[in-house]
Design a protein around this ligand. Sequence first.
Ligand code: 13P
Length: 288
Amino acid sequence: MALVNGNEIFKNARAGKYAVGAFNTNNLEWTRAILAAAEETKTPILIQTSMGAAKYMGGYELCLHLVQDTVKSMGITVPVVMHLDHGNYEAAKECIKVGYNSVMFDGHDLPFAENLEKTKEIVKLAHAQGMSVEAEVGSIGGTEDGITGAGELASVEEAQTLAATGVDYLACGIGNIHGVYPANWQGLNFDRLQEIAAAVQTPLVLHGGSGIPKEQIVKAISLGISKVNVNTECQLAFAKATRQYVEAGKDQDIDAKGYDPRKLLAPGTEAIKETVKERIAWFGTPAV
Ligand code: 13P
């Protein structure tokens, strides 16, 4: 199946009380693992690139071609959305030009009036090309790819105002944090989530999906979260499996050519796939 616009896979999510996972890719192995997990579970999925990961891989066009060509070569049959994660204004415009299916314009660090104006512009540009748009209100705590948020709770009024721009999904700060959660984390703010969900019909996005206990994710989905972003969890799974391979001395097995990257990277790739499959089950994403 060709890549699709985000709206198609989210249209029943809020009413159906399920979410679709958005998983960050870093390279070929990541891309293959995420797509394999979606295909094996027969569920739709978003693959997203942060600005930093796209720079690391060689640019947005390369990332788009990587995903498009891998979808084709693996014979993927489920809907896949190529999405820009936490883009600034320039990155969002570039991904629209390059042909992503969906972009996040993250204007949380701008004065709200400017976030609103720029979100409107991105919505206009993206919708003219049949692409979907995610915006952010409040902020996600922690640091991802050098972008740090203090973890400010989203205001219900601002969420309503941003939703009225016609964005297709809305990320709201509800106590969520990128990266590993600190031991003293207070948990998700379900009261604020309920207030926002009551005020806007737009599918809501939970960033920082790694390390949140399953019960809290399931509850957040039941209250209106339709898209859950996961990055760190796959990185931890990949690092752990690779470490086990190396610590077992397998990379030093000359006869078995254990140093061959196709062998060295295989356990980590498998671990990403299993992590993604587990999350898909938590999110209750229905098979297509
Ligand atoms: P984690 O790295 O905490 O899973 O966050 C991912 C994310 O929200 C990407 O935007």
